[in-house]
Ligand binder design. Structure first.
Ligand SMILES: [Zn+2]
Length: 619
């Protein structure tokens, strides 16, 4: 499952669930590949153990481990009886992707000033290009400080324009990261929406600025630090040179004026009339962003219809899962802490389990008559932005309108209390009854979620108009950590999930009418949000439909645990903001301040309780 900044942000910030391990570990120390079921009868165990083994090194997209895993999967598919797609020699579909960005020779020079700042040049240690920056040489101009650099559109009823009365044409804009720290919650709620750095850079460029220098103010989280270059490079460049600098450089930029601390304090009130001002110096920027390209491979095969699908409406069904994971966690999204840092992330649940489920479904379908063709697709580069499935949709090997349905498996190995979450059910009116009938024999406690805008490959198919389902058993303490190991997988349940999948696909293959597609409107609440800065140590239960935010756990030693919160509590109010769902919660988190205690109201059973919680800082 991909870790994204929007809806799963609390999950990405968190993780830790204190429950007993569900499955005893295998004593077989040498997991073997192969179609044969394990001694305990599980079909999925050997495959998960192999995919999660050290040999595959965490299966990072574009890595040797990913290629080995792809070869293993292709062997398994061939053994099952699947074939390369029509017109293809093998099952590998390579594609190029942007693995991340790193800083090259970015530098800032203070070209004219009086005093200690004059002629100072800074590079790697003290300045970093922003990942969306243009690469350019010697972009220079007079420096202007534009406060937080926030422009709230006029359509909002709240007026705030950091550029009011400020001329930044052909100048270098210096601005603060984040948003006014002390604004009242209602104002903050608006300001936070326009505080994304990409948005700020765009606002500066539209006003004619030649470059942007971002500083993380002394009163903000991550004070004095540069902004790390992320793997978030999917979107195009911003057409402006933009860097972030350390606190030392920032202080130099303010020599001859008031101190940065004083300036920020004044802005932090959120008063829209606090203006920026010219800085008494000229800046020259050189920005150098190096995009790292990689080649990853989807593994795609199919089980042809028997005897042929001619004359059948929408003759293809696709069943998929991503097989890539985080490697050693060096490219972001890892939640490894302490001595786990740098170790291989086996991804047994994420997503060897889903890969094994797809292979298990293929096992079952291979032995049956099929009125439609079944594509078996194992995606790569999911963890860095659903790239593999998006490439499939962009260059589909079969016409997308001919695809009757897509079934996705992502993290299906950690079943608890027989609970299986099925997402994207809003994509077709056919799903509810089909699932109900298919589940009669399986007997899962199914939680249906209509929303197809999930941080997993189902999103790619939904956007292409394909009726889709995505199966998951949810997040857990080992999510995106080296401790997501094969001994913790609930293999019996994973086998059952594969069996249910086979039943669903059998029904799809047999019925004359393919499911109709319905477009689910994307709630504005799931649309883009800026980064959450605080850490609370809560683990939301994403499958819950209860009013409020049900906690599936808290992180040991984290702010939530220290506040006395525990698994099963339902948060209904934080810092005066009422919480009815995960989106409210995400929204409320944006308004919290690191180190400032807030009141939390929650239900424990039928009892309403209150506590104080002090958020910490996220990295
Ligand atoms: Zn993941």
């Amino acid at each position: 499952m991909m870790c994204r900044r929007t809806m799963v942000a609390p999950l990405c910030a968190a993780s830790a669930l204190t429950y007993a391990l569900l499955a005893a570990g295998s004593l077989d120390a040498s997991p073997q590949a192969g179609n044969a079921a394990s001694p305990d009868g599980s079909r999925t165990r050997a495959r998960v153990e192999r995919l999660a083994s050290e040999a595959f090194g965490g299966r990072e997209a574009g890595s040797d481990g990913e290629r080995l895993a792809a070869a293993f999967i292709a062997d398994e598919l061939a053994r099952i009886g699947a074939r390369p797609l029509p017109g293809r020699r093998d099952m590998f579909v390579p594609f190029e992707f942007t693995a991340g960005s790193r800083d090259g020779k970015t530098a800032i020079v203070i070209t004219s000033a009086s005093g200690p700042a004059a002629g100072r040049r800074f590079d790697n240690q003290q300045v970093d290009a922003l990942s969306f920056s243009e690469s350019a040489k010697d972009i220079s101009g007079p420096a202007v400080f534009a406060g937080y650099g926030i422009v709230v559109p006029e359509s909002q009823t709240f007026g705030y324009d950091s550029y009011a009365g400020l001329d930044v044409k052909d100048k270098i804009v210096v601005l603060l990261r984040y948003f006014p720290e002390d604004a009242d919650p209602a104002a903050k709620a608006i300001l936070v929406r326009y505080s994304d750095l990409r948005y700020k850079a765009q606002a500066a460029r539209q006003r004619g600025a030649r470059g942007v220098v971002v500083i993380t103010g002394p009163r903000s989280p991550n004070a004095g630090r540069t902004v790390p270059l992320g793997s978030d490079t999917a979107a195009a460049g911003s057409a402006i040179s933009a860097v972030s600098v350390t606190g030392d450089v920032a202080n130099l930029l303010f020599t001859g004026t008031r101190s940065l601390d004083e300036v920020q304090k004044e802005l932090d009130s959120g008063n829209p009339h606090v203006a920026g001002f010219a800085l008494p110096l000229t800046i020259s920027l050189t920005t150098d962003v190096i995009l790292e390209k990689g080649t990853a491979r989807n593994v795609v095969a199919y089980l042809p219809a028997t005897p042929s699908a001619s004359g059948v409406a929408k003759p293809w069904v696709v069943v998929g899962a991503h097989y890539d994971h985080l490697g050693r966690g060096t490219h972001g999204n890892s939640l490894a802490g302490g001595n786990e840092v740098g170790r291989a992330h086996p991804g047994a649940d994420d997503n060897a389990s889903g890969t094994a489920a797809v292979l298990g479904i293929a096992d079952a379908l291979a032995k049956q008559p099929r009125r439609r063709n079944v594509v078996l697709a194992l995606w790569s580069a999911e963890e860095i932005g659903l790239v593999g499935s998006a490439k499939f949709i962009a260059q589909p090997p079969v016409p997308v309108p001919d695809i009757a349905a897509y079934l996705n498996y992502d993290m299906v190995g950690r079943m608890q209390d027989n609970k299986l979450t099925i997402q994207a059910t809003g994509t077709s009116p056919a799903w509810a009854s089909l699932l109900e009938r298919a589940n009669v024999a399986a007997g899962f406690d199914v939680v249906l979620q209509e929303d197809p805008y999930q941080p997993t490959d189902v999103a790619s198919f939904n956007l292409a108009g394909v009726p889709s389902l995505s199966f998951t058993t949810g997040a857990h303490v080992d999510y995106h950590k080296p401790s997501d190991t094969a001994d913790k997988i609930a293999y019996d349940d994973l086998d059952r999930i594969a069996a249910l999948g086979a039943t669903i696909v059998e029904r799809l293959l047999a019925q004359d009418q393919p499911p109709a597609f319905v477009k689910v409107e994307q709630s504005s609440q799931t649309a883009g949000r800026t980064g959450i800065r605080v850490f609370t140590g809560t683990i939301p239960d994403y499958a819950s439909t209860a009013k409020g935010l049900l906690l599936s756990g808290v992180i040991g030693g984290g702010p939530a645990e220290q506040a006395g919160l525990t698994k099963g509590d339902v948060l209904i109010e934080i810092a005066g903001q009422s919480i009815t769902n995960i989106y409210d919660y995400t929204y409320a988190l944006e308004l919290l301040k690191v180190g400032t205690p807030v009141k939390v109201v929650y239900m424990r059973g039928s009892e309403r309780r209150e506590t104080m919680m002090t958020p910490g800082a996220r990295r």
